[in-house]
Design a protein around this ligand. Structure first.
Ligand code: F6R
Length: 610
């Protein structure tokens, strides 16, 4: 996600800000900027592109003597990656400027109100509302103005703020997004991530939610959530920068697996209106066009295709539209039958996968309606799609996708509910309960990760010596089987196959022999008895079975060798929990086989696969 840095002390601020931003580059970003206070005025420099472009801009523009400043690397969520949308953002008269991590969910309402009062917006970001609100709420007291402003925000934020009237102070606060501080002889340092502080100090102050801190060259004054000054203890860290970048996890992949509650939460929240309906910003199909749809085709590659397979089941079930899914590299070389009543959905984390882009262009040429589900804002696929829904997973660094996949599935749940509502098939209490279940998902994901992490590490021992593994499931469980199998083979180099469980008996079962390891995915209650009969088939041939099912099916699984039990949730959503132990299995198996899990990739991945 985005990165924040700040410095105030006895030295020039700019070199510290640039150094901090470089330490945060690993997180992935598309633009960078800094702000300083010079001669009683705020000075902002920002640019699309790398921190090195910002360095050149600073070198060509001026050599700032300021000893106070804030900086930011942005990963676009609202609005394109360009100079105007880069942080810091200034208020109308330049009284305040702010850098922000997180997503403000009620920014559209706030923006409309501010515009009605005459505030002029220069960017498409949610952050700019904060800058203008600070100016509107200004009461002569820096901390109180910030507190008044954050009380109006819904969503997540870590904020670092400068005010022209207080040239020797920085105010920071947070809710939902992290912010840390440190102090040493050189001055006080602020960052969104400890890796930017460790070269100066290992004694870190972790800001709590709704806490505010007033930072000056001499020190920091903390205020609790009620605005009362409070004493705060630092925590000593024995971490190097590389370990800190992974937040203490051994690999980015595990870090990203554990980030899924946030990725899914950020993707869902903000798309649920106050009235409890599902809404999208860049969805350009009218209600009549949605009602007139006759068919949906979902096109993607790899894990994004597997997310599409979940989408197929859920959209067909709820919106009663026929959905076909296609692999982009196949689709682009076919002569597909398309018409204006077909909605073609393209799914891509990077937004740059060449086959998916080619499929999108083909669909556009045939006059089909297109909708892209993309993680990278303003990527090629996002730019060329008729409508776009962004997954707010944040930059994904590990090569094997996890949190972006989860966010894609979350968007497909939202979309299925949206289409069903517009087509009159999900209304009233049914819609309300669907939305409630959806909003509960991030917490369920968090609980499931916590409960199965150690268990999957232990089960990975079974897979370490394997040459082959099989994953079986039906319906949504089959979609999960495909993703589980890919996760295992991609990073552990174990040959694995995913089969629709009922299809095994048509030939492939001959490969199942004494000792073969079969992972049976059976969280989908509608087909559980059927999958159980397939488990019996493979057991009869001597296979060892690891079953993943909901708690309610525990007793029926008395014959299996190993079990992972998941909480009972809305049956349509159980697949989102079921994939979690499978991601952990892939990760721990690869780790324990000594495989190169993160592979050499420094920045957020953005693949162009031919
Ligand atoms: C698997 C994985 C790949 C991608 C695929 C599509 O872990 O990461 O299978 O899902 O290459 O990439 P995007 O989503 O960027 O189009």
């Amino acid at each position: 996600m985005c990165g924040i840095v700040g410095y105030i002390g006895k030295n020039r601020a700019v070199p510290y800000l640039l150094e901090g931003l470089e330490k945060l580059e690993y997180r992935g970003y598309d633009s960078a900027g800094i702000a300083t206070v010079e001669n009683g005025a705020l000075r902002v420099l920002k640019t699309k592109g790398r921190v090195s472009s910002l360095e050149s801009l600073i070198a060509s523009e001026h050599r700032s003597p300021a000893n106070i400043g804030i900086g930011h690397t942005r990963w676009a969520t609202h609005g394109k990656p360009n100079n105007a949308n880069a942080h810091p953002h200034e208020s109308q008269s330049g009284l305040f400027c702010v850098v922000h991590n997180g997503v403000i969910e009620n920014y559209l309402t706030l923006k409309t109100d501010l515009q009605a009062e005459g505030f002029v917006f220069r960017s498409e970001t949610d952050t700019e509302v904060i800058a203008h609100l600070l100016e509107k709420n200004y009461d002569g007291d820096f901390v109180s103005t910030v507190r008044k402003t954050t009380a109006m925000l819904e969503g997540a934020y870590a904020l670092c703020i400068l005010c022209r009237e207080f040239p020797d102070q920085i105010v920071c606060t947070r809710w939902g997004s992290p912010l840390v501080l440190g102090q040493c002889d050189e001055g006080c340092f602020i960052a969104s991530d400890v890796s930017a502080l460790l070269s100066h100090t290992s004694d870190i102050f972790y800001l709590d939610g709704h806490e505010t801190v007033l930072v000056s060259a001499n020190g920091m004054t903390f205020f609790d959530k009620f605005g009362v000054p409070t004493k705060k203890q630092s925590r000593h860290l024995d971490l190097n920068v590389s370990a800190a970048q992974k937040e203490g996890y051994d690999h980015f992949m595990l870090k990203e697996i554990m980030e899924q509650p946030r990725a899914v939460g950020d993707t869902i929240r903000g798309r649920i209106t106050k009235e409890g309906k599902i809404a999208f910003e860049d969805f350009h199909l009218s209600d009549d066009e949605v009602r007139d749809l006759q068919r949906i085709t979902i096109i993607a590659c790899g894990s994004a295709y597997h997310a599409g397979a979940v989408g197929k089941y859920v959209i067909e079930k709820l919106a009663r539209l026929p959905v076909e899914i296609d692999i982009a590299s196949e689709y682009r070389y076919r002569d597909p039958v398309l018409d204006p009543h077909t909605l073609v959905i393209l799914i891509s984390q990077s937004g740059e996968t060449a086959d998916t882009l080619a499929a999108l262009r083909l669909a556009n040429e045939h006059g089909a309606k297109t909708l892209c589900i993309v993680n990278v804002v303003s990527s090629s696929i996002a730019n060329e799609g008729g409508s776009v829904i962004y997954t707010h997973a944040g930059p994904e660094i590990a090569v094997a996708t996890t949190k972006a996949y989860a966010a894609q599935v979350a968007v497909l749940y939202l979309l299925a509910g949206y289409l069903a509502e517009k087509r009159g098939l999900l209304v009233g209490e049914d819609l309300a309960s669907y939305v409630r279940d959806l909003l509960a998902l991030p917490e369920q994901i968090e609980k499931t990760l916590a409960s199965c992490k150690a268990q999957m590490e232990a089960f990975s021992q079974l897979f370490i010596p394997l040459e082959h593994a099989y994953f079986i499931g039906r319906n949504l469980d089959y979609a999960c089987a495909m993703e589980a199998s890919l996760k295992l083979k991609e990073i552990s180099y174990i040959h694995s196959e995913a089969y629709a469980a009922g299809e095994l008996k048509h030939g492939t079962i001959s490969l199942i022999e004494k000792g073969t390891l079969v992972v049976a995915l059976c969280a989908c209650s509608a087909v559980f008895p059927k999958t159980l009969s397939n488990i019996k088939e493979v057991k009869a041939r001597g296979a060892r079975v690891l079953a993943v099912a909901t708690e309610g099916e525990n007793t029926a699984l008395s014959e299996v060798d190993f079990k992972v039990l998941l909480p009972n949730v809305n049956p349509l959503f159980s697949v989102t929990l079921e994939v979690l132990p499978m991601q952990l299995l892939g990760y721990y198996t690869a780790k324990n086989r000594g495989c190169d899990i993160d592979k050499p990739r420094n920045l957020a991945k953005s693949v162009t696969v031919e």
